[in-house]
Structures are given as C-alpha cells and as structure tokens.
Design a protein around this ligand. Structure first.
Ligand code: FAD
Length: 457
C-alpha cells in the first residue's frame, strides 16, 4: 500500500519540552513521513524571562535534544519569520504545535499562520487539562468565580495521556535542510544565584513519583506548611510542559482528600488560564476596575519599602524568609506567595503589579496567568478575590504555618539562634538580634490605613 502522507512536517516545540504524552507527535506522524523538530529562541519571550527561567529553559532544551538523538533544531529570531522560512527550506506540508493561549502566544501564532501562506498550522492540545475557552456558563459567558468553574471543569473531564515517546515520529536530521534560518547552539546557563530544580523529563517524573509516594496522602493537611516539603514542586515542569497536567491527573487515582485537593490546584491553574484567555487585559490591569481609583503609595519612601520587601529586610521574619527563599530557590511556597503579596499591597500600599513584576523576574515557574491572578487575588482586585478587607497578619501567618519557626531559621540566618515560635516576633526578645531589622511598618496601623483607603472607594 502506498504511503500518501506528506513527506515532511515541522514539530514546533514551545511550552511542551517532552516526548511522553505528546499528542502533537501522533498528529505529525499521521500527517507526514518524517518531521523536523524545532525550537525558536524568541527574544520577545526570552528577554523578560529572567535568568532562572532562561537557564531552566536551556537545560530543558538540552534534555529534549538528547531525547531526540541530537535532532532538535534550535534557531533564533521572530517565529513569524523563522517558521515559514524553515517550512520552505524543508518543503513542510504542515507545522504542528500545542495551542498557546497567552496574549502574546495568540498574537504570535496568528502572525505565523498568516506568514505560512497555505502551509497548515495544526494546533493539537494545549498546556492545560482543559483548553482555555472550552468551559463557559450555559449562556456562553466566562466563569469569573473558581468554584462553579471547577464543577464544570470536573464534569467536562480531560483526555487520557497520549502514548508517545521519541520514536513515535521519524525525526529528520536538521543537517539535511536546505537553507532557512541557521542552527544556533543552545545558550549556556546564565548562572543565576538560585539553586534550580533539576531539568528534564526524567527529573520531573522522579520528583512526581517521590511526591505521590511520600506526600500525596497528606497533601491536603500539609500543603500550607512552608516548613515541610509537602507540595509537589511540579510548577516549573508544568510551566515548560516537561510534564503535562493530564499525566499528573491520571496518576492521582482515588477520591481521597489528598488527590482531591491536588486536583483542585491543577484546576486553579486551568481557571486562571481561562480567565486570562477571556480577559487578556487582566494581565496588566485590575480585573475589578473599581480598584483603579484606590490610593497607592509612590515616591522615595515607597521605593525604599519596596526595596526592603524585595531584599527580605522588612523586619517581619516570615515575610523576609519567603522573599529570601525566592532569591535562593527561584521559587516560593504558595502560602508565603499569598502572605508577601498581601503585605506588599495592604501593609506597604504598593501596586500589585510591582510585586508581580518582581516575581516574574525571579521565579523559575513564573507563569503569566497564575502569577498575575495570584497577585490580583491577594490584592483583592481579581476574580474570586479575597475580599479587600481581609488583610493577612504577617506575624500570625508565620506562627500558624511555620509553628516551630523552622522555615524562618532556614532562610534568615540572623535569627538562626532564636528557638521555637519566638522567632516570629524577634522584637519581643530580651535581646533582639542586632543585625536583623526592626519592622518597617506597624501592621495594625497599616491594616487600618488599608481599610480606610478601601472604604473611600
Ligand atoms: P503544589 O501545591 O504541588 O500544586 C500543584 C500544582 O497546582 C502546581 O504546580 C501548580 O501548577 C498548580 N497550582 C497550585 N496552586 C495554584 C494556584 N494558587 N494558582 C494556580 N495554580 C496553582 N504558580 C505558578 O505556576 N507560576 C507563578 O508564577 C505563580 N505565581 C503566583 C503568585 C502569587 C502571588 C500566588 C499567590 C500564587 C502563585 N502561583 C504561581 C501559584 C502557586 O503558588 C504555585 O503554583 C505553587 O506554589 C507551586 O508549587 P508546587 O508545584 O509545589 O505546588
């Protein structure tokens, strides 16, 4: 029987740096006899990524290249030029991608599609369990509240993982291409100060297997404890698609509290991607525009406070531990992300987007929908938001979720000798450590100030 498939297709990797559970491989193999594997280093995405994310990306690309037997073609430039040129150079009949739903990704893909001029851009799957835009209310309107979204999401369900590996596709040797953008070397690490998680599919799978074995059962009870290694640390692998959420959901199994709670968190990720899809302006602006009129601080004193927050020198040990964890690991525990965000907005009266920008600069898992909406939630300006008048107390957050003070002592060496939960209020010690700052604000007074500004709206 003759093989009527196209000769060549392009598999364009973006946020799906893996060979397992890859529906685009199945699609490409069904359409073409062989495929060219491509990654485009796009300056518009790389520049704002920060050193930690760029380094993690480069390491993930090296791992992917190895899985593909050294046949990943890495090029540099604007994808709207690079991909069509490559398609012409190899005579591709189709270009296969997982759909991108971010504001820039959508725009870029439309530009690529136009420039491909007849060569089909085939979108298969997405980085989410359920693609953004799929789940709407019965009248077609988007959900703006998590709980009903999550009910609809569970009802909608998701696909089983696709059975693929590197051998699913017959990969073309990039050396065979005739013209088009030239191959570039995967850039060297940028040596960020942070200790990054191991890159690559095997590392992601090992981390996931250890979490399922050791922590999934207690996940619901312990996921708010920054002093314990109780969460999965899958965010960075999900960000770059080193693992697909479908793979994780399939492994969760039963209905116990741990698996249910974990599924809810994956749903939060889908929810925020869906909100950003329907309301792209919410990446930069208050989702609830009523807050556009709230009074925020600026000027020299505000900048000094912002800097103290960035550097973990606010004098509130739990906040400082978290901000130093962000520098140390390019990651921060979710509970502490909420606490430091609330502190920035409601104790320091600074705009959420300043904090969100700092997070995006440092986080290795920095991801637009989860970050911007995590910030808007904490600021009270977002969907489903914590009511503005609910102000986290930076001391009791520490005492509740780091009850023995281990998290603080790990990240704030100036307080390493203070025993037990006393570490959360060093100013009450007989001899407060001289090298640790006094609180830069009076929480009680700033809470009152935040409420007054809110009431003035
Ligand atoms: P686990 O507790 O093991 O959760 C499993 C997965 O569920 C995570 O990997 C993540 O994909 C998803 N998830 C968990 N909590 C949330 C949540 N609240 N919102 C959306 N998805 C969630 N997450 C990012 O991936 N990138 C970000 O840039 C980011 N910025 C945030 C900023 C703020 C202010 C806040 C409050 C939250 C932010 N989050 C972000 C969500 C959350 O903090 C991280 O996903 C989580 O801490 C990652 O650690 P983990 O993988 O061990 O989480």
């Amino acid at each position: 029987m003759s093989d009527e498939r196209e000769d060549t297709a392009i598999v364009w990797f973006r946020r799906d740096l893996r060979v397992h559970d890859q529906p685009i491989f199945l699609e490409a193999a069904a359409r073409a006899k062989r495929s060219l594997a491509v990654f485009v280093l796009d300056p518009r995405l790389l520049e704002p990524s920060g050193k930690a994310r760029r380094t993690f990306l480069f390491r993930s690309l090296r791992d992917l290249d190895e899985s593909l037997g050294g046949r990943l073609l890495v090029v540099k430039g604007d994808p709207a030029e690079a991909i069509p040129k490559l398609a012409r150079a190899v005579g591709a009949g189709s270009v296969h991608v997982a759909a991108d739903f971010g504001p820039y990704g959508r725009e870029r893909d439309e530009a690529v599609e136009k420039a491909l001029d007849g060569v089909e851009l085939v979108r298969t799957g997405s980085p989410y369990a359920v693609a953004p835009g799929r789940i709407t209310k019965s009248d077609g309107e988007p959900y703006k509240v998590y709980t009903p979204f999550s009910r609809a999401w569970t009802q909608h369900g998701w696909r089983e993982p696709a059975d693929t590996d590197a051998s699913t596709v017959d990969w073309m040797d990039p050396g065979e291409k005739d013209g088009g953008p030239r191959k570039v070397k995967i850039p060297d690490d940028e040596a960020p100060e942070a200790e990054l998680p191991a890159a690559g599919e095997q590392a992601a799978r090992d981390q996931w297997a250890a979490f399922v074995d050791e922590h999934l059962t207690d996940y619901d009870d312990l996921r708010n404890r920054p002093d314990r290694p109780a969460t999965s640390r899958m965010s960075v692998y999900l960000k770059y698609g080193v693992v697909h959420p479908r793979t994780l959901l399939a492994d969760l199994g039963g209905e116990g509290k741990g698996p249910t709670s974990f599924r809810n968190e994956i749903c939060f990720r889908d929810f925020y991607a869906s909100v950003l899809w329907f309301f792209p302006r919410s990446a930069r602006e208050n989702f609830d525009t009523k807050f556009d009129r709230i009074t925020l601080d600026s000027g020299e004193s505000a900048d000094e406070k912002f800097q103290a927050w960035q550097e973990g020198r606010t004098g509130f040990p739990a906040i400082d531990a978290a901000m130093r964890q962000l520098r140390g690991e390019a990651w921060m525990h979710n509970r502490m992300r909420m606490a430091v965000a609330s502190f920035l907005v409601k104790d320091l009266h600074l705009p959420w987007w300043r904090g969100a920008r700092h997070f995006m600069e440092l986080l290795v898992d920095g991801d637009l929908p989860s970050n911007q909406h995590g910030w808007q939630w904490a600021a009270g300006t977002g969907t489903d938001a914590a009511p503005y008048f609910r102000v986290f107390n930076p001391v009791t957050q520490g005492e509740r979720f780091d009850p023995q003070g281990d998290y603080v002592r790990r990240w704030v060496p100036e307080l390493a000798d203070v025993e037990g939960k006393k570490v959360h209020q060093p100013w009450k010690l007989n001899e407060p450590p001289a090298d640790y700052p006094a609180p830069i604000v009076d929480h009680k007074a700033e809470r009152q100030e935040a409420l007054e500004r809110f009431n003035a709206l």
